[in-house]
Design a protein around this ligand. Structure first.
Ligand code: UDP
Ligand code: MG
Length: 350
């Protein structure tokens, strides 16, 4: 097992490092002309996979059909995020049949956002395309994204015009989530977009420098800036298998997004503190006046109890919010690698 930091040093064909080379005797010209040049990879398709054995062969076929139309060199970077089924075996078979399929096998499940991050670390294309492995994102849309990229946009995200086959609960919480994020964060995250997007090499290289662990990738791609645009599509039903995002993971995802991009929850405690202090100030004046004018039975025991419990509740919630941020700070400080790779297959050849 080898531990990989989140940014392996990868050079594109033709690129050189900035390290100065010692002077060497001049080589005859013929030597460099006969040396085989590595083919440059134009597009990297990155698909994180968690128990996707039934979807992978279909995904590969559809991506191949689409990408071959570009007449450019492309690679499919798959990440096995600790699947419990035969996902990794199928990845290996696909790789043996077509070496442009490469895969990273994680030592355990690290989560969707981290899997995508690993894909970006290993991808070598001039443009990277993030796509779900369950075929909810139609690969055919990639051609439209490429067109926009060629027009000069550095990020082309896919906007979900409609979503098929999702429960009303998922649709409702997703709608709420995107609107909440839009409201309370400082950066403009486009509404109803997932991770399905194309990113220029400049954007990928910038994202590779961002080491934060609780990653909300669609937020980070907005944060980097550059020219961005969207293409709309209808999100299909999952081709096979089950969702890897149960409610628990959705909550974690949402809190990562909020804490990663907003201080509002922390400021809420200050706001509540000031409001309650003001209210109780008015209350004190009211009680004094009532006493002066001889009204003895102003507050009962029940009122006192309710007020104390109410305040106790607010204090605990505020502490909990601080805890959410604190825990994340602790995670960052520990500085563990973002993921552990069991095996990275197919990246050495070209
Ligand atoms: N996924 C992953 N690790 C996880 C959960 C999901 O790599 O822990 C992958 C999954 O295989 C899929 C993508 O992330 O390719 C999106 O997940 P899913 O389709 O389960 O989410 P949903 O579309 O239901 O939101
Ligand atoms: Mg899905």
């Amino acid at each position: 097992m080898k531990i990989v930091s989140s940014s392996p040093m990868i050079l594109n064909a033709g690129e050189t490092t900035s390290v100065e080379q010692p002077e060497r005797p001049k080589q005859p010209q013929i030597e460099s002309a006969t040396r085989p040049t590595k083919p440059r990879i134009r597009y990297s398709i990155i698909a994180p996979c968690w128990n996707e054995e039934k979807n992978l062969p279909v995904l590969y076929n559809r991506i191949k059909m689409v990408m071959d139309q570009t007449n450019d060199n492309w690679e499919l970077v798959l990440i096995n995020d600790g699947s419990r089924d035969n996902t990794v075996r199928i990845m290996h078979e696909l790789h043996l049949a077509d070496p442009s399929v490469r895969y990273i096998d994680f030592a355990r499940n690290f989560g969707h956002q981290i899997a995508v991050t690993a894909g970006m670390d290993y991808a070598r294309g001039d443009a990277a395309i993030l796509i779900d492995a369950d075929l909810q994102d139609p690969p055919e849309l990639i051609l439209e994204m490429i067109k926009k990229w060629q027009e000069g946009y550095e990020v082309v995200y896919a906007i979900r015009a409609a979503r098929k086959g999702e429960t009303w609960f998922k649709l409702f919480t997703a709608k709420l989530f995107y609107r909440l994020i839009y409201r309370i964060t400082d950066i403009e995250i486009p509404l109803d977009t997932g991770d399905f997007r194309l990113m220029d090499r400049k954007v990928v290289d910038t994202l590779k420098q961002i080491k934060e662990r609780h990653r909300f990738i669609r937020g980070l791609t907005s944060w980097v800036g550059f020219n961005q645009t969207g293409v709309t599509y209808v999100r299909e039903e999952r081709h096979a298998g089950e969702t890897g995002y149960p409610f628990r993971k959705m909550l974690k995802f949402a809190s990562d997004a909020i804490t990663g991009f907003s201080y509002l929850p922390l400021q809420l405690a200050t706001l509540l503190g000031f409001s309650i202090a003001t209210l109780s100030g008015i209350g004190i004046v009211g009680v004094i006046i009532a006493r002066i004018f001889g009204n003895q039975a102003f507050f009962g025991q029940a009122t006192t109890l309710v007020m104390v419990l109410f305040l106790g509740g607010i204090q605990l919630i505020s502490l909990g919010i601080i805890g959410e941020y604190l825990g994340r700070i602790y995670d960052e400080v520990k500085g563990r690698p973002l993921y552990v790779v069991n095996e990275a297959v197919g990246f050495q050849e070209t």
